[in-house]
Design a protein around this ligand. Structure first.
Ligand SMILES: *Cc1c(COP(=O)(O)O)cnc(C)c1O
Length: 401
């Protein structure tokens, strides 16, 4: 087996002092658990506001619904994208006004639409005729944005196929919504989560423009453009800085919606209201998952690579390692030689393997009982962990400054 030095530069992910604070907090606590840093979330939110000051931020609650995270974003003025009546209840309990919520799930029971409406929600996503009819009945006169299909290309965690509809269906639904007394506001899309290719925002803008134009010919003035989530967290694969995304997307918006005019002279009045729904970007880099090695084993006598079984696996928060899509940076405190390991979780389900096709290079002298630190684990971990599989409790989650 090849021998390499184990090398991991924490500072590629966060300043040393910040990591030290995570380590201090983690010391002596029983693993596995997630620690989310509020100051990182605040930095992310502020950077987004700086890069895209014209956009209204609707944080996708599902990414990390820790109350302190939601409170912090609420205090900073964020709005919220909710997907269920349960997230609605959570936000109302925290005192967030329903005017700052959009019901972004296109799959809704009629009674849940009514519940949301009764509690003041007036902005809904939709992608089907049946849902438009339910909205007209149970959330009369509400604002609706219509989701178009995207193919999820370029995304590490694509959301293609399930949500959205083709432009002609969207157009029909807009006309229908209007005729039923709803307020068709505009278009939404999601280019796929952890989208590494900024260009993927380009195509849907053209589609939006076509639909805006077609609607206008029917006397329907659309004025809302919801460009969804997809902004990346910092995993092993390098990503562009948010400012690169923001710069490109701002350019697309201007090219698409501003009439040709001398550079810098365009009137912002002709731009639609822009909504952005970041989830992963906002909280991903803010979280560190701390997990302990339960067992190290070799499956063959002469060769093969060792297996590391951790106390957190696919059912304990790492569901996004399906197909090894999301590759968390993994840090060990040990130094010296390195070799490859397969990494798996602790449960009795054979799909509970995190990384096998693409093993991880970690210190050769790892011992059972050592801790591994999974960085950038603040998004889609705690909420995805199972409640009792094999009796393991749901992932513990803490918040620090
Ligand atoms: C999950 C979700 C988001 C957040 O996506 P990220 O890729 O995590 O930014 C935004 N909008 C909708 C409708 C979603 O379902």
């Amino acid at each position: 087996m090849n021998v390499f030095d184990y090398f991991f530069d924490i500072e590629e992910y966060m300043p040393k002092e910040r990591f030290a604070r995570f380590m201090d907090f983690a010391r002596g606590r029983e693993t596995p658990f997630l620690v989310t840093s509020l100051s990182v979330v605040a930095e992310k939110y502020d950077a987004l506001r700086r890069c895209m000051p014209y956009a209204s931020v609707y944080y996708a609650v599902k990414a990390n619904p820790e109350e302190q995270v939601l409170r912090l974003l609420s205090e900073r003025g964020s709005c919220f994208d909710i997907a269920s009546v349960y997230e609605l209840d959570l936000m109302l309990r925290l005192g967030v006004e329903p005017e700052r919520l959009s019901f972004g799930n296109t799959i809704k029971k009629a009674r849940d639409i009514r519940y949301a409406y009764e509690h003041g929600v007036r902005l809904f996503a939709s992608d089907s005729e049946s849902d438009v009819r339910k909205l007209a009945e149970y959330a009369p006169h509400s604002g609706v944005f219509f989701r178009i299909l995207t193919d999820g290309r370029g995304a590490d965690w694509p959301l293609s196929r399930k949500f959205g509809s083709q432009p002609d269906v969207v157009f029909d639904n807009i006309v229908l919504a209007k005729s039923l007394g709803l307020n068709p506001r505009g278009i939404s899309f999601h280019v796929g989560s952890q989208q590494l290719d900024v260009m993927q925002w380009r195509t849907p803008f053209d589609t939006c423009k076509d639909i805006f134009g077609a609607a206008e010919q029917q006397g329907i003035k659309l004025d809302l453009l919801n460009i969804g989530g997809g902004f990346p967290a910092h995993y092993l694969r390098p990503v562009e800085d948010l400012s690169v995304y923001a710069g490109e997307i701002t350019g697309y918006i201007e090219e698409t919606f501003l009439p040709a005019s001398p550079p810098g002279k365009a009137s912002p009045a002709s731009l639609p209201q822009v909504i952005i729904e970041p989830g992963r970007y906002m909280v991903g880099d803010a979280g560190v998952m701390v997990s302990e090695i339960v067992l190290i084993s070799w499956k063959e006598r002469e060769s093969g690579i060792p297996w590391l079984y951790m106390d957190a696996g696919k059912f304990g928060g790492f569901i996004e390692t399906i197909d090894e899509c999301i590759r968390y940076p993994i840090y060990s405190e040990r130094t010296g030689d390195a070799n490859d390991y397969v990494i798996a979780g602790p449960t009795c389900d054979s799909m509970d393997i995190l990384y096998e096709k693409n093993p991880y290079r970690l210190p050769s002298n790892l011992q059972e009982g050592d801790r591994l630190f999974f960085l950038s684990a603040g998004a889609y971990t705690q909420t995805y962990s199972s409640v009792f599989f094999n009796g393991f409790p749901p992932l513990r989650s803490y918040v620090i400054e």
